[in-house]
Ligand binder design. Structure first.
Ligand code: PLP
Length: 468
């Protein structure tokens, strides 16, 4: 296979045999029939679906329909195993940053594998408890410390205070107790500016130079700071991340009761062909050494925590959807594929200029489909509802080479396991939330979220009285 990858223009090209896929519909959606004659899902010029095989595509379409988020149990487990193997000197806790994909089924899978959890709001904590996660496995690091934190702490949830005022609030509620503190170590790194949460432009955590204030508030309320936390961004540069490990340990040195250091998440994951994922085995080796050196210098053997979100779920999720329309703006313009999803399901391209692999599955037996350049857009009345932005630039559209599509062809968008179902312009244009399914290791489909109904969208609206 030949491949041309231009990350700047987002045009990816390759050429190879397309085995073809046939997904055909009978008139009624009840009797949807999916015939997939070939052995695998069509490889197409630019991408190939990561785990949606012909069998899975046909089962999802016939059992649930389009569009549907599909999660792969095997990938979820493999990624969790890799995280659990993170090298450490004196013990490790892997906390799943549940904001990435908070469905209870996924929480259960990770809970059963021995992972703990990072929550980013009191509501996420409550959601974890409702999903059956023991409270002692839950740690909250939040931009807003909601008043429910008191009840949660009484139940056993741990807190990392993320500002000086949060420290005071915690100290007033729980004087003379142990607590964690999140610092902004002075350095950040993210896949885009919007996912960089460290350094002077970021409001996350207590600025590292405010150590004296941290100490004096701790003293005022009798708080023992036993854990410090840093998280510098999503899609971080591993080199910057490694520097932050040193900065974090320097902060730990200044707080003698700290026994646990949480280095956050942010491990970069390649979604598009050619993008490289962080190798946890490689980045964890110097961390282990740094903890050992810290122990030699201070006599303190620190427990390590990490908080991956993206790493665990990004490539375990795909969207199976439909090219519901194809339009053109003429020779000087573009051909557009309009999907039956949009920023209502996958917001990352509009928000960050993030790129996701998009694979057209020709519906009929068009085995020798030509290639064509398309701009792929969502179903919202919003020019920003764009799935083929220029890399890192949500404002600029680019074309991508892919199999020539017809209206009704199914389409797979890969790499949507993290920050898609959980982070979207949900219900914009009143599109209902789409279903989520889990594919197990014997290719069985389990519905883990039903499609939302219009009634559910409207249920909290309160009508004005007739007399109004
Ligand atoms: C405190 C904290 N920990 C962990 C994560 C997970 O980051 P990622 O999904 O990039 O691994 C985030 C993401 O925003 C976060 O804010």
């Amino acid at each position: 296979m030949e491949a041309f990858v231009s990350t700047g223009s987002s045009i990816l090209r390759g050429r190879g045999g397309r085995p073809g896929i046939c997904l055909s519909r009978r008139p009624s959606s009840r009797s949807l029939r999916v015939t997939v004659p070939m052995a695998t899902v069509a490889s197409n010029p630019n991408t190939e679906s990561k785990f949606i095989t012909e069998e899975i595509a046909s089962k999802v379409i016939s059992e649930v329909g389009s569009p549907t988020f599909v999660y792969d149990l095997k990938t979820l487990r493999e990624q969790a195993e890799k995280a659990l193997a993170f090298r450490n000197a004196y013990g490790l806790t892997v906390r799943y940053a549940m904001k990435a994909c908070p469905n209870a089924a996924i929480l259960k899978i990770f809970n059963d594998m021995g992972l703990a959890f990072d929550a980013s709001s009191v509501y996420e904590c409550q959601r974890l408890l409702l999903a059956g996660v023991p409270s002692i496995k839950v740690c909250l690091s939040s931009q807003e410390l909601g008043d429910q934190f008191v009840d949660l702490v009484n139940k056993g949830v741990e807190i990392n205070c993320c500002s000086l005022s949060q420290m005071r609030k915690y100290g007033q509620a729980f004087p003379n107790t142990e607590v964690g503190v999140r610092f902004n170590p002075g350095l950040g790194s993210g896949g885009t500016g919007k996912t960089n949460v460290g350094g002077t432009s970021a409001s996350f955590g207590i600025w590292h130079e405010l150590m004296n204030d941290v100490k004096s508030i701790a003293e005022e309320y009798g708080l023992k700071i036993v854990r410090i936390h840093t998280h510098i961004g999503s899609g971080s540069d591993p080199a910057v991340w490694a520097r932050v490990v040193g900065l974090t340990l320097n902060l730990a040195k200044q707080l003698p009761d700290v026994a646990t250091v949480d280095l956050g998440g942010g491990y970069k994951v390649g979604r598009m062909p050619g993008e490289v994922s962080t190798d946890l085995d490689i980045i964890s080796a110097p961390v282990k050494e740094a903890f050992e050196q810290f122990a030699e210098e201070t006599g303190r053997k620190l427990h390590l925590e990490i908080e991956p979100g993206t790493f665990l779920v990004a490539n375990a999720g795909a969207m199976l959807c439909t090219a519901q329309d194809i339009v053109t703006t003429g020779a000087a313009g573009h051909d557009f594929i309009k999907l039956d999803i949009g920023m209502t399901e996958v917001l990352r391209p509009s928000l960050y200029g993030a790129e996701h692999p998009i694979t057209v599955l020709p519906k009929d037996s068009r085995k020798e489909v030509e290639d064509a350049n398309y701009v792929v857009v969502g179903h919202c009345c919003e020019s920003g509802d764009l799935f083929t932005p220029a890399s890192g630039d949500p404002e600029t559209i680019t074309e991508r080479l892919m199999s020539k599509a017809q209206i009704g062809d199914y389409v797979v968008m890969d790499g949507v396991g993290a920050y898609c179902a959980s982070m979207s312009a949900k219900n914009y244009n009143s599109f209902p939330e789409v279903p989520e399914v889990l594919v197990d290791e014997s290719s069985q489909i389990h519905v883990i979220r039903k499609k939302q109904t219009l009634e559910q969208i409207l249920e909290n609206e309160v009508p004005l009285p007739d007399s109004f």
